[in-house]
Design a protein around this ligand. Structure first.
Ligand SMILES: [Ca+2]
Length: 102
């Protein structure tokens, strides 16, 4: 998953994902209220953040961080998307390699 250490290049995200809500790869499932990147378990608030004001606020029912396509801000949502609205995701990879999913 894509770990953000700075503001995302908005033009690239806008081109690739448009206006769709996208899973960024951070969760507070292990410790409520402390979002960590799945890539290396580092705490999100130790780097760049862009939460919607008053977010995250979903408690134990919302443990996955998403970026809202229209504003590139973040919210906490359920990690189990509804079947009719599958979740998009962003990942990064070195040139010449495949993007691994787990
Ligand atoms: Ca939570």
């Amino acid at each position: 998953m894509r770990q953000l250490s700075r503001a995302p290049p908005s033009a690239i995200y806008a081109e690739r994902i448009g206006n769709q809500t996208t899973y960024l790869g951070a969760t507070d499932a292990d410790e409520e209220g402390v979002f960590r990147w799945v890539e290396d378990n580092s705490v999100v608030s130790d780097s760049y953040t862009n939460w919607v004001p008053e977010k995250p606020d979903g408690g134990e029912a919302e443990n996955c961080m998403v970026m809202l396509g229209d504003a590139a801000t973040w919210e906490d949502v359920s990690c189990v998307p509804e079947a009719e609205t599958p979740m998009n995701f962003v990942c990064s990879k070195p040139n010449g390699t495949n993007c691994l999913m787990s």
